[in-house]
Ligand binder design. Structure first.
Ligand code: FAD
Length: 464
């Protein structure tokens, strides 16, 4: 099998033995995987198809790898797997400026796609901190969310067509450019968000939007969570579709993040607030956007929804306001050995859920620290928990937060996926019938269970 895979991809297309370094075994957080028997780096769809056909024939498990920025250990290989890396499939194949679409190979880097679109006054609005390394194939396979979901939706909303290779090597060419296409099942959705367990995404048609040149950003201080919810409703009504971000920081996040701001930044407010909200609008013109933001926040102040607000007056101030929200990775690192959680909750359940979480943490781990922030506009919050002991019990803390999330009709994974990391907790968000249907799909599309086996749920068939 190894010889045959090597001959399919040619000398530039594989790594073996000592040439396989940690780039192909560990994840972005340094979590180690097992040693693969071979890394293949196909250069086109045909090679991917032949590689998978050979692996299928031999019952050989395959671990697919994009930019390796996934956060749930879905892309780290088990010992003995073949790693299939899309790193040589980075071409932008077609840019239809008129139609507002771009057709790319799955290994194209998100930032390259963004920059290419902007050269023609268009935007691919998916945006996340890992933009410089993550790939379109990875974004599609994890249905990535990010900063602008409130306005443009998740990756699922930004993809018109997909080409994917099934486990047995069959190529499903669904590279459609149509917005309306109800001719039977919309098969692209089988591959979006299925974390490489149902097929390998090889190419995609991306939907572009007009580039917005204007941007206005404000930081608001609020007295309680009800005010945060009221502000969200108010800003949606006042700014309409130009509302592009609504990021909430609980005081516990804001205080830790502010201390980490580079260059001794001055606090924008004289007094602290229980909640901080970063609101962003993106329109056609900076001045008009700022006026609309001022008017909307003026009304919110009159109605006592917000206590105070500062509106950024320059690009530097916009960057500074975003900086505090973008320091999340550093805040997480400062809380080690702690754990980070990416969950979704209905907005009306959040306050009660977090009060119950706080009470349970206090009872079990009196010295714990809890930090909460997130994209509240789409119900997604990130939670950092450090239990304050010398022997942190990740399993017990995870069970606690995921159980409460399930009880409050939330999702244990808002945007990062399940991978290996959340596999044991899937039942908190999905019914037994839903999980059974997922397994039935997996069995149909990958009967020998060779694609990312064991990720998302226990393997439905025995590993070969
Ligand atoms: C600093 C930072 C910030 C982040 N911010 C966000 C955020 O705001 N929102 C968000 O949603 N995520 C975020 N992430 C997580 C991550 O960036 C996304 O999940 C991203 O979409 C993964 O893309 P990737 O190319 O790195 O995929 P990888 O990490 O390589 O793979 C992720 C999963 O997809 C599978 N996969 C990869 N490529 C393919 C393919 N072509 N076909 C089939 N399966 C494939 C892999 O097997 C694996 O299961 C962040 C990560 C970091 C490090």
């Amino acid at each position: 099998l190894i010889d045959s895979l090597k001959s399919i991809v040619g000398p530039k297309g594989f790594l073996d033995g000592d040439d396989i370094d940690t780039r192909y075994t560990n994840d972005v957080m340094g979590t180690p995987g097992g040693t693969p028997i071979l890394v293949v780096r196909p250069s086109d769809t045909d090679e991917v198809s032949k590689v998978l056909a050979a692996c299928h024939e031999a019952g050989q498990p395959v671990s697919t790898r994009g930019g390796n920025t996934g956060l749930v250990q879905g892309g780290i290989p088990d010992a003995g797997e073949v790693v299939l890396s899309l790193e040589r499939m980075t071409k932008i194949e077609e840019f239809d400026v008129q139609g507002g679409t771009m057709t790319v190979q799955a290994g194209a880097i998100l930032q390259t796609v963004q920059e290419t679109a902007e050269e023609k006054n268009l935007t691919f609005p998916l945006d996340l901190g890992a933009r410089g390394s993550c790939t379109i194939g990875g974004n599609i396979s994890t249905n990535a969310g990010g900063n602008r979901v409130i306005r443009y939706g998740m990756t699922r909303n930004l993809v018109l067509g997909i080409e994917a290779v099934m486990a047995d090597g069959t190529v499903i060419n669904g590279l459609h450019k149509l917005v309306k296409n109800n001719s039977g099942y919309d098969l692209k959705h089988l591959f979006i968000g299925s974390e490489g367990t149902l097929g390998v995404v090889t190419r995609a048609v991306l939907k572009l939007s007009p580039l917005t040149n204007g941007q206005s950003v404000a930081l608001c201080g609020l007295k309680d969570f009800n005010s945060v919810v009221s502000l969200l409703g108010h800003m949606k009504g006042a700014l309409g579709p130009s509302l592009s971000a609504f990021e909430v920081m609980w005081q516990n996040y804001y205080e830790v993040a502010f201390k980490l701001m580079p260059g001794g930044a001055k606090p924008p407010f004289e007094t602290p607030f229980p909640f901080y909200v970063l609101v962003e609008s993106q329109g056609k013109d900076n001045d008009k956007d700022r006026e609309a933001m001022e008017e909307a926040l003026g009304e919110a102040f009159e109605s006592q929804i917000i206590e105070n607000a500062v509106i950024a007056k320059s690009d530097a101030e916009i960057a500074e306001n975003w900086k505090i929200r973008d320091l999340s990775a550093e805040v997480g690192a400062s809380m080690r050995p702690g754990f980070t959680y990416d969950i979704s909750l209905p907005v009306e359940e959040m306050e009660t859920c977090f009060a119950e979480l706080k009470a349970e943490l206090t009872e079990k781990w009196p010295d714990h620290s809890l930090v909460i922030f997130g994209h509240l506009g789409d119900g997604n919050v990130h939670v950092f928990i450090k239990d304050g002991t010398d022997t942190p019990d990740k399993g017990a803390i995870s069970e606690c937060i995921y159980r409460l999330t399930g009880q409050h009709q939330g999702s244990i994974s808002a945007e990062h996926g399940i991978g290996l990391q959340k596999r044991d907790y899937l039942h908190h968000s999905r019914t037994p019938e839903e999980i059974a249907l997922m397994k039935a799909l997996k069995n149909t599309m990958d009967p020998k269970n060779i694609l990312n086996p064991g990720r998302i749920f226990e393997s439905p068939v025995n590993k070969t």
